[in-house]
Design a protein around this ligand. Structure first.
Ligand code: ATP
Ligand code: ZN
Length: 283
């Protein structure tokens, strides 16, 4: 049995549970419970505050966990990281009141900055040769300048709308973060094997998210040219159509290359192009 710690309720919770479900792991989720056991995989889920997750994993109370890199690095626990998970993307940024003039980081020399991430901020300021007074506060950081607590703030930003509504302007990006899977360094062989199985499933889910299945019809004389445009997992599958002289080509394309490929396929004579999502992808 492997113990996974995830955030009980917050911005990581929903996507963490979604990932586990997409891995085919079933469990009964109750917001009132502190832990739950999967009904079809040797996994127990503990629901905790995100800040407590690295410590619990380091102590071995939980074997693995999902947490933001911002929290992991702030707590000095980077060594627990196994891999990035690609969700809960955000950044830690410095912001100043929008009416203040600001041209570079050296403008913060001697100023006071409110944040919940003093270590990450201190590292950044030191790297940039700036000395400032850091006020550590645990929440509502964005109101600090308006109540006179600090000249600037360093806080989590995703779209920037919270900053704007508090009359602030983002001036420096300090740290980029996303959810990360962490693990205790001393897992026994049985737990390590379960973790490997879980990672195998996570990779299949992640690959599928980036890939699209593409089907198209093409005149036979264009198959070669069109195949060149469809790298796919290996090479495209080619099936004859009922209509003579035509074939159906099936392949996989990367989401990032998608529009560019579609244009080229049309130019090469492809018709009836269908693009469909892939649920899991094992290579
Ligand atoms: P807890 O009650 O568990 O301590 P919290 O209030 O500290 O929760 P949340 O606001 O739920 O934390 O954020 C959890 C994590 O989600 C953050 O540490 C960060 O990694 C990520 N995150 C925070 N804000 C955003 C956002 N706006 N967009 C995307 N991810 C975010
Ligand atoms: Zn927290």
């Amino acid at each position: 049995m492997l113990r996974l710690a995830i955030q009980k309720s917050g911005r990581l919770s929903e996507d963490s549970l979604k990932l586990i479900r997409e891995c085919g792991i079933s469990f009964i989720n109750s917001s009132l419970k502190l832990k739950t056991e999967s009904t079809n995989f040797p996994l127990e889920i503990l629901y905790l505050r995100d800040d407590d997750i690295p410590g619990y994993v380091a102590d071995g109370v939980a074997d693995i966990g999902i947490v933001g890199e911002n929290v992991l690095v702030e707590e000095g626990m980077q060594h627990l990281a196994v891999e990035q998970l690609g969700f809960s993307k955000c950044r830690l940024s410095l912001a100043v009141p929008k009416s203040d003039s600001y041209s570079s980081i050296s403008d913060l020399q001697g100023k006071s900055i409110a944040t919940s991430y003093p270590k990450i901020l201190q590292t950044y300021l030191t790297e940039n040769g700036v000395q400032a007074n850091i006020h550590t506060i645990s929440g509502s950081v964005e109101i600090a300048p308006s109540i006179g607590l600090a000249d600037a703030i360093c806080d989590i930003v995703s779209s920037g709308s919270t900053l704007i509504s508090n009359g602030l302007r983002e001036v420096e990006r300090v740290f980029k973060s996303q959810a990360v899977l962490i693990a205790n360094g001393g897992l026994d062989a049985e737990k390590q094997e379960i973790l490997n199985k879980l990672l195998f499933r996570i990779h299949a889910v992640q690959r599928a998210q980036k890939a699209k299945y593409i089907l198209l019809n093409a005149p036979n004389e264009k198959i070669e040219e069109i195949s060149q445009l469809l790298p796919g997992a290996k090479s495209p599958s080619i099936l004859p159509l009922a209509e003579k002289g035509w074939s159906s080509l099936h392949s996989v394309v990367n989401e990032d290359d998608f529009w560019e490929i579609i244009e080229k396929l049309k130019e090469a004579g492809a018709q009836g192009i269908l693009v469909v999502p892939i649920e899991k992808m094992i290579i």
